[in-house]
Ligand binder design. Structure first.
Ligand SMILES: Nc1ncnc2c1ncn2[C@@H]1O[C@H](COP(=O)(O)OP(=O)(O)OP(=O)(O)O)[C@@H](O)[C@H]1O
Ligand SMILES: [Mg+2]
Length: 268
């Protein structure tokens, strides 16, 4: 009668979990942040509001793997959206050589951010934003960049630092017309566009319907965020609306944009 040979189950050493993952066959990939920028030629459309809210909503999913950067170096105000009137350390301190760029990262409301100095009064020389962010890329999975309005050298430097960009607009003809310049710049510098956020949608008859906005711009609309009084209140309170009024219609939309970004980052 053939002997039944029972295979002994392989015993994992009790302390095998202490072995480095590489030895257990799982390779630890180094972090290499995707840099996503939020741009729009027109001022006041909601770029900073978008960055602040996506950033805060992503913290729940990505914890410390997301960094917000205020690349509006001549008139920074990302800090204000988090109630930081005078951050203890800023990008401007790093640019002045007083601290290393990673030492200028502050934690605020659970978010890690490089804020600018609102009090900075001198002319800002042209900064190589890509070079500035390079030492931070292996510390995060996603770097979200807020930018200045217009399409000047400061904006172009920020755009060139991005792997992809989101363009924010409002549903009115003058804003759409000036937003086209941002699209042209992205094409000129070969920066892929993730899509468009149409912000401050009131649903009034004088507005361009979202379908028309899509047609005019020729890019997918990631989200249409309603004009919502809670957003203005939240900005005044220095707490992004996803936390200030988490059930408000705008907060819901900003969270959806966060989820969209999360999928993109997961996909790489
Ligand atoms: N969906 C919204 N509903 C109502 N108010 C909004 C909405 N989005 C932004 N705002 C308000 O619009 C104002 C301008 O927003 P924000 O600072 O984000 O614009 P911006 O594009 O970054 O401006 P800038 O070009 O000057 O940097 C803020 O007071 C903000 O609270
Ligand atoms: Mg702004």
């Amino acid at each position: 009668m053939p002997k039944l040979i029972k295979k002994k189950p392989k015993r994992r050493g009790l302390l095998s979990f202490l072995k480095p993952k590489r030895e257990r066959g799982v390779e630890i990939k180094p972090k290499q942040a995707r840099v996503i920028g939020v741009f729009s030629c027109k001022g006041g459309v909601g770029k900073t509001t978008t960055v602040a809210n996506i950033g805060l909503s992503l913290v729940d999913h990505m914890k410390g793997d997301v960094l917000l950067v205020d690349a509006n170096l001549s008139a920074p105000n990302l800090g204000l959206h988090f109630g930081e009137l005078s951050p203890k350390v800023t990008i401007h301190d790093a640019l002045a050589g007083d601290v290393q760029i990673d030492e200028a990262v502050v934690k605020c409301q659970g978010v890690q951010a490089l804020f600018g100095s609102i009090a900075y009064g001198e002319d800002v020389r042209l900064v190589d934003v890509r070079g500035m962010l390079a030492p931070l890329k292996n510390k995060y999975k996603l770097i979200l960049v807020d930018s200045a309005p217009g399409i000047g050298r400061e904006v172009v430097a920020a755009m060139k630092a991005c792997d992809k960009i989101i363009i924010v607009t409002n549903p009115d003809v003058p804003t759409i017309a000036s937003t086209l310049k941002t699209f042209r710049a992205a094409e000129r510098y070969k920066i892929p566009i993730l899509g468009v956020v149409v912000n401050k949608v009131r649903g009034e008859p004088y507005e361009l319907p979202i379908k028309e906005v899509k047609k005019a711009l020729g890019w997918p609309i990631i989200s249409a965020v309603p004009e919502d009084r809670k957003v203005r209140e939240s900005t005044a309170a220095g707490v992004p609306v996803v936390r200030y009024a988490s059930k408000s219609p705008a907060a819901k939309k900003f969270r959806e944009i966060g989820e969209f970004m999360l999928k993109r980052v997961a996909k790489g």
